[in-house]
Design a protein around this ligand. Structure first.
Ligand code: ADP
Ligand code: MG
Length: 588
């Protein structure tokens, strides 16, 4: 890892604080864990002490009643230890599992809260990797590193006290060795940890390309590109295997410096201790106890250093999550939102300008539009003109950079997101079907709808007869792994959802442009039924489908350049006329 600058180090502290904050709700358990840990360690430390007493008193004095007492005390101690250890494991388990699942939930909520703009910026793969790789890195901190760190540090602390009481100078002897390890150990440890992380990343990338390859079978076969795909997947596999091979030596060497330090320091301690015994500074029993304590301590001390190194590497993963958690949602909800009793569906764009957070130029510029309840308005214009962007503003996926959008005369920012989303129904160019029954796919916009309501919505969308004809009727599974619906059928499902949702405003974004002529006719029929009593804002690619709309608005580079009835605009021979002429080759 690179040397950290001051600023990065400061943010590391924040990441630490954030990571630890997930344990805050479990303060009581933590305290209990620590207390039990101290008690347990103290009990365990009695074993070398008993040995010392055995060697120094029982053997020379042949004091067998003393021995019996010693044995009894040790038996009690062992029983106590077994009980405490079982209890501590229980607490630890609960603690780590809760903290780990809290992290998962918190980030999932955050991803939700960040909303649409986040998903437009990041790929599904990115978000999934965040939820899997990075979150699991953080979870190992709670699940493995934290309990081990507590355990090892307690050993070190308690034993250091015992050793200091036994013979302080001998304790000082250990310091240079521990220092040596603190300097050299992390070098190799860090390398292997980073390598392991790299390996995980390569494995994720490989998994992603296998996923791509499976999803794209139709394209790959249609274009005769199976070989190209195989090459690509094999390359990723090779990269993964290479990162794996590169790890062999570091992983193999991983424990070596630690063992060198543990045994090397034990050797020197033995030599020095022997001198002390010979010269009468230590009894044999004391020396044996000391040697045992010492071995336990140096072992745990090096382990603490190793764990700290691992945690630091994992923290760089946690850092990614921290930055995500720190991101502010771009939309803020009104604290006391205005509640419209009944939404009439009067929409107004009041001089709205908009620029994407990542963008350099305004995509929508000084856009004014007033749509009366029940009016049907179509937005048309060249692709890239900002039509879909206007619809995103209409759904309040984004807030305008300037100007206001009003529903029934109230600024969007004063309404609850919930009311806005309930008042506006969307049909997009493609409709996503969940992998569940067709009934639930329609019902998802209104989870408490009865079967009869669902059937009524399907009838209105000209779907009922078709669904009845399916093998399991409304219970037929659809979506990726179920019955495949055609594009037209999917769009009609979306329309059925709109009937069920019964929103005052319906927004259509090229709802029929992916369809062939025949399916389009069916969908248009369903749409006309939907349009009768709603406010409609449509983005249409095929201009013929919006002929009969009340108003056509022509957009050019985010500006409304023309508005009026279809025939009126054609007669004016302006922007719409040029648009129609430009598409006279049949697409219009
Ligand atoms: P239309 O629907 O009229 O074809 P869009 O509203 O989809 O046009 O896009 C208008 C412009 O905004 C395009 O230049 C597009 O590249 C840009 N754009 C769309 N979405 C984003 C986004 N999430 N971030 C940045 N720029 C975007
Ligand atoms: Mg578009």
């Amino acid at each position: 890892m690179q040397r950290m600058s001051g600023e990065a180090a400061a943010s590391m502290v924040q990441v630490w604080r954030w990571t630890l904050s997930f344990m805050k709700p479990y303060r009581r358990q933590l305290l209990l864990q620590l207390t039990l840990g101290v008690l347990l360690t103290a009990c365990e430390m009695m074993v070398p002490k008993s040995l010392e007493l055995f060697i120094d008193h029982v053997i020379p004095e042949r004091n067998w009643s003393y021995f019996a007492g010693l044995l009894a005390a040790m038996a009690v101690m062992v029983a106590l230890m077994l009980g405490m250890r079982a209890y501590r494991n229980l607490i630890e388990r609960e603690l780590r599992e809760k903290a780990a699942s809290d992290v998962q939930l918190a980030l999932f909520r955050k991803l939700r809260e960040l909303g649409f703009s986040y998903y437009e910026k990041h790929s599904t793969g990115d978000s999934l990797s965040l939820m899997n790789t990075e979150v699991s890195a953080m979870q190992t901190i709670y699940q493995r590193h934290w309990p081990e760190l507590v355990r090892c540090s307690l050993y070190v602390l308690v034993i250091a006290v015992m050793l200091a009481i036994l013979h302080a100078p001998l304790l000082l002897w250990t310091l240079p060795w521990a220092g040596l390890y603190a300097i050299c150990g992390p070098l190799l440890e860090r390398r292997s940890m980073l390598g392991v992380l790299r390996m995980t990343e390569e494995r994720v990338a490989y998994g992603q390309s296998v996923y791509d390859s499976i999803s794209a079978q139709a394209e790959l076969r249609a274009h005769g590109r199976l070989n190209w795909d195989r090459q690509r997947v094999l390359q990723d596999l090779e990269r993964y295997l290479r990162s794996w091979r590169r790890m062999t030596v570091p992983l193999w060497l991983r424990g070596v410096p630690r063992r060198i330090v543990v045994y090397g320091s034990a050797l020197t301690m033995f030599a020095y201790g022997a001198v002390l015994v010979r010269d009468g500074f230590l009894s044999v029993g004391e020396f044996v106890a000391f040697a045992l304590y010492y071995m336990i301590m140096i072992f745990n001390l090096t382990l603490v250093i190793t764990i700290m190194t691992e945690i630091r590497v994992l923290m760089s993963q946690a850092g990614k999550l921290y930055r995500l958690a720190e991101q502010k949602a771009e939309l803020t909800e009104a604290e006391h939102p205005v509640k419209l009793p009944a939404v009439k569906g009067h929409l107004a764009f009041d001089c709205v300008s908009f620029r994407y957070p990542s963008g350099k130029a305004d995509i929508v510029r000084a856009f004014k539009l007033d749509v009366r309840p029940g009016e049907k308005v179509a937005l048309v214009g060249e692709s890239g003109g900002g039509k879909s962007t206007i619809l995103k503003l209409l759904g309040r996926f984004y807030d305008p950079t300037e100007g206001r959008i009003l529903l029934d005369g109230v600024d969007y920012k004063e309404l609850s997101l919930r009311q806005i989303r309930e008042s506006i129904g969307f049909v997009f160019q493609e409709t996503y079907l969940f992998g569940t029954t067709i009934r639930d796919n329609i019902r998802f916009v209104k989870p408490d709808a009865t079967d009869a309501e669902v059937a009524a919505a399907a009838k209105a969308a000209y779907l009922h007869t078709f669904i009845e004809g399916l093998p399991q009727g409304y219970e037929t599974e659809v979506g990726e792994r179920g019955y495949r619906l055609s594009g037209g059928q999917k769009q009609r499902i979306a329309i059925a959802r709109m009937f069920l949702k019964n929103a005052a405003v319906i927004v259509l974004d090229e709802a029929t442009s992916a369809l062939d002529n025949h399916s389009e006719q069916e969908v248009v029929q369903a749409l006309e039924a939907l349009m009768r009593e709603k406010t409609i804002v449509t983005v249409a690619h095929r201009l013929t489908t919006v002929r009969h709309y009340d108003r056509i608005v022509v957009l050019e580079r985010g500006m409304a350049v023309e508005a009026g009835g279809f025939d009126e605009l054609l007669r004016r021979r302006g922007a719409l006329y040029r648009l129609v002429e430009g598409r006279a080759d049949g697409s219009g």
